[in-house]
Design a protein around this ligand. Structure first.
Ligand code: ZN
Length: 200
């Protein structure tokens, strides 16, 4: 069995955002980057996407980051209520074609995983193996879009934060990544402006 047909876990659809959010504080002049090289990418994929150990091929890191930024553009468009750009949709399709395909269940540990079969020939930007490495993330992103069109995708209302999340609130009104962080910071800031205005 090779990396290209190794069993892989199913991720909840929103888990694709964990990958997108590996770069955060995206509204700041210097966003926080947590993936600095192929070793970081491989470790992330092993921990979050059940990737078997692999030696990084040439261009793997760059292609993996390109896939992350592709997913970022796609989910950001949906979070803003916009349609996904045709070119981005075509690029996601090409990555899904190159990624291993979900075929049947196989016992794994005390649970189950997807038995996969190799996807299309990995050519061009997918020749690096990034689509294979990140296959469960790509499936999750496609599942997210196919489920309800990504209608509940949101970006944190803090313009510096822009953390992406799925709004699971009943009335679909969640605005912050985390009330304790961005929500309270915004409230405190409004309070500060009010008291400053009152004192002036
Ligand atoms: Zn936030």
């Amino acid at each position: 069995m090779s990396v290209r047909d190794a069993p892989r876990p199913a991720l909840p659809p929103e888990a694709c955002l964990d990958f997108v959010n590996t770069r955060h504080w995206r509204g700041k002049p210097q966003p926080t980057e947590t993936l600095h090289g192929a070793a970081d990418l491989l470790a992330w994929a092993a921990q979050h996407a059940g990737a078997p150990p692999t030696a990084p091929g040439p261009g793997l890191f760059e292609a993996g980051i390109a896939l992350r930024e592709l997913l970022h553009r796609i989910v950001s468009a949906r979070a803003a209520g916009e349609r996904v750009a045709e070119a981005d949709l075509a690029a996601l399709d090409a990555a899904l074609e190159a990624a291993p395909m979900r075929r049947s269940l196989v016992a794994a540990g005390d649970g189950y995983a997807w038995r996969t079969q190799p996807g299309g020939p990995e050519r061009g930007e997918h020749a690096s193996g990034a689509a294979t490495l990140l296959a469960p993330v790509l499936w999750a992103a496609a599942d997210l879009l196919a489920q309800d069109g990504g209608k509940r995708l949101r970006a944190c209302a803090n313009p510096e934060c822009r953390w992406l999340f799925v709004d699971a609130s009943r009335n679909g009104s969640r605005r912050w990544c985390d009330m304790a962080a961005c929500g309270n910071r915004a409230k405190a800031h409004r309070h500060y402006l009010r008291t400053k205005a009152a004192k002036a």
